[in-house]
Design a protein around this ligand. Sequence first.
Ligand code: SF4
Length: 197
Amino acid sequence: MTDFEYVSIAALNQYAYCPHRCWRMFCLGEFVDNQYTIEGTSLHDRVHTTAEAQREEILQIRAVWLKSEQYRLIGKSDLIEETDGCWYPVEYKRGHRGEFDNDELQVCAQALCLEEMTGQPVRLGYIYYAQSYQRQPVEIAAELRQQTIATIAAVTQLLNTGIMPPAVYSARCKGCSLYAQCLPKAVGKVACYQEVN
Ligand code: SF4
């Protein structure tokens, strides 16, 4: 496998959701749409149509490429805002707040890039949930930073080795667009059968 120069921020989100899904998407190049991914893409298309705006004291810039040399990260932010000299990322998501923390990790990765690009600390980011019209603050705290940095290392290793993480059936599989490709229940049964025989 090739050494990847930069890790996509989107890959971090997918890895935190399911390492096997990340492997399918970023090592095999597999992608299948379902209702959730189509709604997500259409939301992001709408968000990215306006380039820049000034709302009261807040400067907003949409669809900005973010990059970190330190963490070898790259990705497009839906929106970055600046108020009182402080920049922070805002990530748009369909639906409402989920039970998994992969979106928080994505916002933290954007914050790490913004810190490097602006030379200013980023202590807060937001996730805007389109279904509830609410912004959820994400504190860029030490624990989340560590989790994000560990995930960057794990994704870098995954991309460099191409070694397939196991497909483990969980609550996450219910909304996964790659279910039919992955068949985690069947794969789990075969693994159990092989273990006892
Ligand atoms: S179906 Fe489940 S195990 Fe398979 S890729 Fe999706 S989330 Fe991962």
